[in-house]
Design a binder for this molecule. Sequence first.
Ligand code: FE2
Length: 168
Amino acid sequence: MSDLEFVADLGVQWLRRPVPTTPGLAALLAQDALNAEEQAAVVQAVGASVADACATHGYHSMDLVVLHPATPGLEAALQRFDQPHTHADDEVRYILEGEGIFGFLDAQGEERVVCVRAGDYLRVPAGVEHRFTLTAVRRIKALRLFADTAGWAAHYTQRPVGPLAMKA
Ligand SMILES: [Fe+2]
């Protein structure tokens, strides 16, 4: 079974949505850090392009996650993200810049590891076991969509796993 089939069987939606070419957006995405105003500008620039997903799945809010090598506490955060977990709400990530690695696990504990880049849109349904890390690039900007931010805590499954990385 291909990684794409494995991921689809889990109910994960993995689509290509080309990043909009809104004026000014590329320059903002090229920065490492973004202040609150700049983050809001990015959300404003790309929000309309995911209006269909918001309508279909009832996502009411969105924000931008920005990680880069100088993000305070980055390595500690990555050590949490790369532990297998689930959420009570969908995890939706629209990658606008940089790279990330998702691991998806089935009920038997088989894991498939995929790399995501700008233009990748993922909807991980509530309850699907997964984990995440960055690549060596240590940079990502992703739009997050939420139906209910309160329902979006991580529930760690305590499944024993090694470090998350792309297979050589
Ligand atoms: Fe997650």
